[in-house]
Design a binder for this molecule. Structure first.
Ligand code: SF4
Ligand code: SF4
Length: 95
């Protein structure tokens, strides 16, 4: 109990102490469903990229979709809903 910090020593909440720190928090752990991408159906229209609220759609140097960054994807399913080619299916996350 003695080695616990008192309230005066705790960092103040909601303050970002350094830029780009969100990259360190792999929030994909929260996901209950995962998007499964079918490269054969995908036309790389990038509509999913525009809609993804988490910037989790990966794009290669040739401006084509290369997959989903599951370290950050929250499994919201928006990409699957918006894809005109039905190239993304949501599946229950297995852990
Ligand atoms: S919306 Fe569908 S077809 Fe378009 S890039 Fe994304 S997965 Fe591919
Ligand atoms: S499921 Fe949601 S967070 Fe994950 S890639 Fe699709 S739109 Fe982005």
């Amino acid at each position: 109990m003695k080695d616990k910090k008192g309230w005066r020593e705790l960092p103040i909440g909601t303050i970002i102490t350094e830029p780009g720190s969100a990259r360190e928090f792999k929030t994909g752990d929260w996901r209950s469903q995962r998007p499964v991408w079918d490269a054969n159906k995908c036309s790389s229209c990038l509509i999913c990229f525009i809609y993804c609220p988490d910037n989790s759609i990966k794009i290669g140097d040739d401006s084509k979709m290369t997959g989903v960054d599951l370290d950050y994807c929250k499994g919201c399913g928006i990409c699957a809903n918006e894809c005109p080619k039905k190239a993304i299916q949501m599946e229950i996350e297995k852990r």
